[in-house]
Each structure stands twice: as C-alpha cells, then as structure tokens.
Design a protein around this ligand. Structure first.
Ligand code: WT7
Length: 635
C-alpha cells in the first residue's frame, strides 16, 4: 500500500520523508494503485527548471473522465456524484448520480464532437454554477478538447481577451444566471464579447433563467435539444499523460492575464491524492466547496479531485447572503455536509452578521473546515473554529495557487495539530524553501523569506499558453532552479509555515520588514472593525509609512474617528510593536475586491501614494464603486 490515506502524524512524517527521498518511487506507487490507466508510463519524472520543462508519467495513456466516471459505475452507479443546490432555496436540490453524470457527460461530449470539436481544440466555458458547467468540463476532457473556463462574473472585455488568447472556436454559455435576488444577462455579455472574437463559430446556450435572448442564426444554438438527441454512450479519447487538460487564466501583477496550462496525468494524481487526505473524505461523506468552478479551487476541488475519489460534491449556485446570511448553514444542515471549504472573505462577511444566524442551524454533521485564497486572520480563524466548528472540527488552512494546481501547504485534519493563521506543514511530496533577498536559502527554523518550491510536483502548471518565456521569467528566473511563488512566508520554531502575503505587499518601515497580514490581524481584533487593508506610502524619514483602510461593522461608528484611530494603533502597538503603527487611518464603506474576494491592494497603494491617474482596469472588480468614494475621502 502506498499510504494513500494518511491517518497519524508519525505516518505523515514517514510518508513525507519517503516522498522527498524517493519521489519517483513514491508517486509511482500512488499512481499505480489508485487510478485507471490505458497504458502505464515509461518514466515517472523528467525535469529541468532552467528551461523549464517538467513531465510526469511520460508515455502513459489515460482519460481523466474514465477515472472520474466509468470506473465508479460498478460500485457507485447510484451514489450522488454532484449534489446541485439552486440559488432559490424553494427550488428542489438535484441529485446527479454517477450513472446520470456518466450519461450526461457522454451526451454533451457527443454534441461537441458533432460540432466538429476534436482533440486539442480549445473550448471556452462561460457558464454559471449549474450542473451544465461541471458537465461541460468533463465533456471536453472526454474528447480531449482543452477547456478554458472563464468565471461567469467577468466582463465582456475580460471574456473576449481570454477567448482570443487561446483561440477558442466554440463557446458554451447560458441565457443568464441567478445571483441572489438578481439575474445576470450572460448571453448579452457573450454577444458583446464576440464582437471582438471573429473566430468563434459555435455558441451553445444552456437555458437557466428563461429570458428572452438574441440567438444569432448559424452561430448560436440551444443546448438542451442537442443533448436530448445525443447518445448516452461514448468512447473516451485516449490521452497522453502530458496532453493539456485545461487552460485557466490568472491575473499577473502586470500585463494581460496568464493562461496557465495544466496537463492530464499529474494533475489527476495530485488533486485526487490531496483531496482524499486534506479533507479526510470517507465513502458516505457529503463534501462542499463554496468556490465557483471558474477558479482553480472549483476545478480541482469541486470537479476533478472529488470525482476521482468517487465522492459526493455539492455545487451551490447562489451567494452566502441570499435569502439571508444563514444560507450556508442552512445548506450544511439540509445536506448534512461533512467537509466545508470556503474563503476567509466569506468567513469575515458571515462573522459580521453575528453568531445567532449560525446557531439557528444544526451543524453537527461538520467534520472538517477548510480555508483558502488568502491568509486567514486570527479573529476570523477563531470565529470559524468556535462558532462554526464548535471547537471540534479542525480548520485546514490550505495554501496553494492557480499555478500549483493542487493544495501545497496544509494541515491534514486529525493528523497535524493546527495553529491559527498557520498553513502548517508541506503536503506530501512538496519541498518548500525560504529565500533571502540575495538568493540564499534560509535553513533551519524561525526564519522568514520568499517562498519557493525546489522540486517538481505532479500538478504544477507546465507553461503559459502561447508564452513559455513569460512562464520562465515569472516563476523560474528569480531564484535558480526553483519555482518562485510570489509569496512571503515564515517558518516557526517547529517548522510550521505561515504565509505572510504577496511579497509585493511587504512594506519596509524605517528598515523594518513588515508583513501586512499580522498588522491587519491586530486591527481586525478591534470589536468595531470588519475588515482592513494596509499599504505603504512614501515617507521622508521612514522610507515608507503605513496607510490603513478600515471598514467598520457599523459605519456610523466612524463618528468617533479619532478615538477609534488611537485604539487601533494601541492594538497594533500591543500586538506587533510601535514600529507597525499606522500613520494614516481612513474609514471606508468597503474595500476594492477581485471577483474571487481578494482585496486589491495595488489600487489602495496607488490611492495612498496620490497616484490615481493610472489605476489600471478596475472594471473587473467586484465593487468598482467603492474606489471613487475612497479617493474622495482620502486623508
Ligand atoms: C494566491 C494564489 C488556489 C487557491 C485560490 C487562489 C494566496 C491562497 C492562501 C492561504 C495565505 C493564500 C497566496 C497565493 N493564498 N491560499 N491559505 N493562506 N495565502 O488562487 O488566485 O491563484 O491566488 O492566493 O497569495 O499566492 P490564486
């Protein structure tokens, strides 16, 4: 046995050591015992980070959908694969079994084939969180087409850029989407985008909101009638291990979005293995990740990782605030969710609403709580742990990236003792390194530096679509022979990692290196504070000084601004030291955020620096309207 399922701390250390000493043997055993291959590999790993070139399981043949669907039919045909919970709580949930899913994926795959899609073609998927979204990904994978999912909250400009960058001929979308009490005219956005995409030949439209939309003759077709006519059987295309599975765009600090390319075999093995261990998934569990499939979290931990393990994975169409802020907990109660995986921004928003909305519901099914996307601050961690988890469900603070494909640094629940704000230990097979400014690796514990990974792992992105040079420059040129993550981290006295934030968020004040996260943690401890973000601005004595943007739970409290400022600085002083005190504190009604909930510090930094002429494209923000009000009230 290859220790597919880790259950004790000693076992973790033992397996981890093996994965570092003999990585090829280790991954070969995992791959051999837990997946379905048409042909086994000739070589487990080849790599050269200077090029960079990485291949896993070279020579192997497989189809990931046979691993996610076909092989479960005999034993799990009637088990729910996807549990769809609609936006409207009065609409019934849909239980899609492994057999249903297998048939619906084949039908969709046959429709795509009929439209001329073949192996290697790129297909853009711009679909809200309805079952057709997951089915579309799998249908592409079934026939070897490369899916490029664009989050269905992005603007038409963001969509057309992504369609053109990888040259998609087919777009899959829906008439519209539900988002709480609102509907969004998706097809209208697609029509606008396609004015700039002359190469798109086919648009397949799922019906969701039954709106009256424009269908362009010869290009647009309703999906359902085509599916109804298609066969429920279909052979899976036999893929090479290193054939691309999908492209997913992530924004860089500069320039156009980067189309990260993930390949087939390594991605499958790593997402499946991490899913099993990080969530300690057992056969009859119900697992729910609240992310959108438009992000990597949804690709790896709503679709591929769970389905490769034969799990029941919940797909939620709505938002945490509709019909009220108890919705997440209502769903946990209704479906007896065992593993719940969400983002700190959601936790903070819910915590702001008070504990009563949580306590109304029976959350006793919960076993594991997950966090992802940004550092989880201390206050949110405790609220999640105490109020949601009742102190009995370990929190897995999972650090990873679009580029890494799977979870990289994380506790294993019931195995790794957790510590608030620490992602704790590297996952099996992951070899992190902390680097100083001069490019030397910092050995030993109690050090802080830039986080790199010094050995390949199976699910790493292989390139940026159409721009391998940018891939090398962005990730493999800062430190020789290492993948550079762009994040800073510290390693504590027992070897636990804490992610301190993007290194571009590090601010040097009077020669002191200050991470934004611990300062924000201190501020957020204040009972009046909902959220905060710190940036640097030029200061003639200190080099940089700190500017804090703070949103209050009750904006009316901003009346006592000066008292509040003193109290906040006192807290920072107490927690970190007077050096970290803020020079300016601006109370705001909101903070600019990306669609995935990350605070856009880049914009806040420019405002603090009085450099608002060039804020860049703010149209893809979740809440572009707050930007002007922050500028108007700048201190
Ligand atoms: C960046 C990657 C893959 C998850 C979704 C985001 C930050 C992510 C954590 C965490 C601290 C985190 C990092 C990373 N991040 N998870 N648990 N603790 N920071 O994917 O959009 O590619 O963003 O998110 O800064 O580099 P992404």
């Amino acid at each position: 046995m290859s220790n597919y399922h880790i259950k004790h701390l000693e076992e973790y250390f033992q397996v981890y050591r093996k994965s570092v000493r003999e990585p090829e043997n280790f991954w070969e055993e995992v791959a051999e015992e837990h997946f379905l291959w048409r042909k086994k590999w000739d070589k487990v790993l080849s790599w050269d980070f200077s090029k960079p070139e990485v291949t896993w399981f070279e020579g192997a043949k497989l189809n990931i959908t046979e691993n996610c669907l076909d092989r479960h039919l005999a034993t799990r045909g009637d088990k729910t694969a996807i549990l769809f919970e609609p936006n409207n709580p009065d609409e019934p949930a849909e239980y899609i079994t492994y057999r249903d899913l297998y048939e619906r994926v084949n039908q969709f795959a046959n429709v795509l084939k009929d439209k001329g899609v073949t192996k290697g073609d790129r297909v853009c998927i711009y679909v809200p969180m309805i079952p057709e979204l997951a089915i579309a990904l799998l249908a592409c994978a079934r026939i070897g087409a490369i899916h490029s999912v664009v989050f269905a909250g992005f603007s038409s400009k963001a969509l057309s850029t992504r369609i053109n960058d990888c040259d998609c001929k087919v777009v899959i979308t829906a008439d519209g989407s539900y988002r709480g009490a609102k509907t969004i005219d998706l097809k209208g956005i697609v029509d606008e985008a396609l004015e700039d995409c002359p190469d798109v030949e086919t648009v397949l439209v799922a019906k969701r909101i039954h709106s009256d939309i424009n269908m362009k003759e010869g290009r647009d077709e309703w999906l359902q009638p085509l599916l109804d006519k298609a066969s429920k059987e279909g052979k899976a295309e036999v893929m090479d291990a290193e054939d691309p599975l999908f492209i997913l765009y992530t924004s860089g600090s500069t320039g156009k979005p980067k189309g990260m390319v993930h390949t087939t075999a390594g991605y499958m093995v790593y997402t499946a293995y991490t899913f099993k261990n990080v969530f300690q998934y057992r056969e009859h569990d119900v697992y729910w990740c609240t992310a959108d499939i438009g992000w990597i979290t949804g690709h790896s931990y709503i679709v591929y990782g769970p389905l490769a393990n034969g799990a029941t994975t919940v797909m939620f169409e709505g938002v945490p605030s509709y019909p009220d802020f108890g919705r997440f907990w209502e769903i946990v109660q209704k479906h007896k969710v065992n593993q719940f995986y969400t983002a700190p921004t959601a936790i903070r928003a819910l915590a702001k609403q008070g504990a009563e909305l949580v306590e109304k519901y029976d959350l006793s099914s919960l076993k594991v709580l997950g966090s992802v996307g940004e550092p989880i601050n201390e206050e949110a961690w405790h609220w999640y742990n105490d109020v949601v988890g009742k102190n009995k469900s370990p929190i897995v603070d999972t650090w990873w990236q679009t580029e890494t494909g799977g979870i990289m640094i994380t506790p294993i629940p019931f195995v790794t003792p957790t510590k608030p704000t620490f992602a704790t230990l590297p996952f099996i097979g992951i070899q992190p390194a902390l680097m100083d400014e001069s490019g030397t690796e910092l050995k030993g514990n109690q050090v802080e530096g830039r986080l790199c990974i010094k050995y390949p792992w199976p699910s790493m992105a292989r390139t940026i679509w159409g721009n391998h040079e940018r891939y090398r420059d962005t990730y493999f040129s800062a430190y020789e022979n290492k993948y550079f993550t762009g994040d800073g981290a510290l390693r504590d006295e027992v070897g636990y990692y804490r992610i301190t934030g993007r290194v571009d968020d590090v601010i040097i004040v009077s020669g002191h290196n200050l991470g934004t996260a611990p300062i924000e943690d201190a501020i957020n401890e204040h009972q009046a504070v909902a959220e905060s973000a710190i940036v640097g601005f030029p200061h003639d004595v200190k080099g940089s000084a700190l500017y804090g943007y703070v949103t209050l739970k009750d904006f009316g409290e901003a009346r006592n601004q000066d008292n509040l400022r003193k109290e906040i600085n006192q807290l920072i002083s107490d927690r970190i030291g007077p050096i970290a005190k803020l020079d300016k504190i601006q109370f705001t009604e909101g903070l600019p955020k990306t669609r995935s909930g990350k605070i856009m510090r880049r914009i806040l930094r420019k405002i603090a620096e009085n450099n608002t002429s060039d804020l860049g494209d703010i149209s893809t923000l979740l809440n572009p309207e707050v930007v002007q009000s922050i500028i108007d009230n700048k201190l």
